[in-house]
Design a protein around this ligand. Structure first.
Ligand code: ADP
Length: 216
């Protein structure tokens, strides 16, 4: 097929999946450099937790122990509470996920209106929350545990216990890999990762008709 430069490129919604520390945010940033708006669910969750109405609800549920000395939500105390108790985790998710979804939809619509290349959703619970259905292409970032561990130790100060505790709240990695449309390997340097991302990005966005795109 010969592509014509004048054909309108389609707006692509990417999803990024993979283990903690695999490089999902790094991939999202690279897609950002290629013109996509980056939708960072962690940042959105933090913004939701800063809302006065959300804070008030958390205090009503769990007491003032969830706040720090300045009256802001203590993210560490909250993580402690919800990652050791599934029922409470689900309760928190029920409160903040709708807020995150609304802000995500708004960002996507704005990016579409502005003529951006696409959007990339960097959400740890992409499949668990059914967000993959909104994506044209989900990219799985492959990286072995020992490398991921080294990375999160250096970047977040987490040990193996912390990483595994958080991953237990997610579906198994093999299932994420199976359900993704593309896979990239992030064990080497960032240039190598970048080349894989450019290749995927180009193959999808160059398809003039959405039905030509090698996506799901
Ligand atoms: P995730 O979003 O999957 O948890 P990140 O993208 O935040 O992972 O990556 C975890 C850490 O590892 C970050 O500090 C990031 O800069 C670093 N990192 C990611 N990929 C590479 C790589 N190929 N080489 C070196 N460092 C990397």
């Amino acid at each position: 097929m010969t592509g014509s430069g004048s054909q309108k490129k389609k707006f692509v919604i990417f999803g990024v999946a993979g283990g903690i520390g695999s490089g999902k945010s790094t991939v999202a940033r690279m897609l950002g450099e290629l013109g996509c708006v980056v939708i960072d669910s962690d940042a959105q969750a933090k913004a939701a937790l800063a809302r006065p109405d959300v804070k008030a609800t958390l205090v009503r549920w769990w007491g003032t122990g969830v706040l720090d000395a300045h009256g802001n939500v203590d993210h560490k105390a909250l993580a402690e509470l919800v990652f050791s108790n599934e029922r409470e985790r689900r309760r928190l998710e029920g409160l903040i996920h709708p807020l995150i979804a609304a802000s995500r939809d708004e960002q996507i619509e704005r990016a579409r209106r502005e003529g951006r290349a696409g959007a990339v959703i960097d959400a740890p619970l992409l499949f668990e929350t059914g967000l993959d259905a909104q994506c044209d292409a989900v990219i799985f970032v492959d990286c072995p545990l020992h490398v991921r561990l080294e990375r999160v130790r250096a970047s977040r100060g987490w040990d193996e216990h912390e990483l595994k505790r958080r991953e237990k709240a997610q579906i198994p990695l093999e299932e994420k890999r199976r359900r993704a449309d593309y896979e990239v390997v992030n064990t080497g340097d960032l240039d190598r990762l970048g080349r894989q991302i450019i290749q995927i990005f180009t193959s999808i966005t160059e398809a003039s008709d959405p039905s030509d795109a090698p996506t799901r």
